[in-house]
Design a protein around this ligand. Structure first.
Ligand code: AMP
Ligand code: ZN
Length: 113
């Protein structure tokens, strides 16, 4: 299967990498929606959050922990930021590989349109 984010996590397609370990990869979004906008993904291909079950709980916890730690590293700890997971068509997910968006560096609007 040819998946853009699998290829990015494997280093086969270039990205502005922020962090990597055995299970996770984080990189700046190519089309940032705020001064800081990066993505945290599992190296394992999971299409979206609806595909997850209890066996993925540990990996999902690591993704959230990683997103939070990197947000602090990127200077978002004091003022905060938004952690977003778009899911399937109504959620406007465009890349079918699970990812957490981390958006910050400006006051964001709510609710989403
Ligand atoms: P989503 O709409 O939640 O599926 O988000 C996909 C995100 O991936 C969008 O914010 C895109 O800007 C971002 N994106 C797409 N291609 C790349 C790429 N090659 N490198 C980094 N980010 C990308
Ligand atoms: Zn993938």
């Amino acid at each position: 299967m040819d998946c853009l984010f699998c290829n990015i996590a494997a280093g086969k397609i270039a990205s502005r990498k922020i962090y990597e370990d055995e299970e996770l990869f984080a990189f700046h979004d190519i089309n940032p929606q705020s001064p800081v906008h990066f993505l945290v993904i599992p190296k394992k291909h999971i299409a979206n959050l609806m595909e997850c079950n209890a066996e993925d709980a540990s990996l999902l916890g690591k993704m959230l922990d990683c997103a939070q730690r990197l947000a602090v590293q990127q200077g978002l700890g004091e003022r905060g930021c938004r952690f977003v997971i778009n899911c399937k068509s109504d959620g406007l997910q465009t890349i079918d590989h699970l990812h957490i968006h981390v958006l910050g560096g400006r006051k964001l609007k709510w609710p989403p349109g």
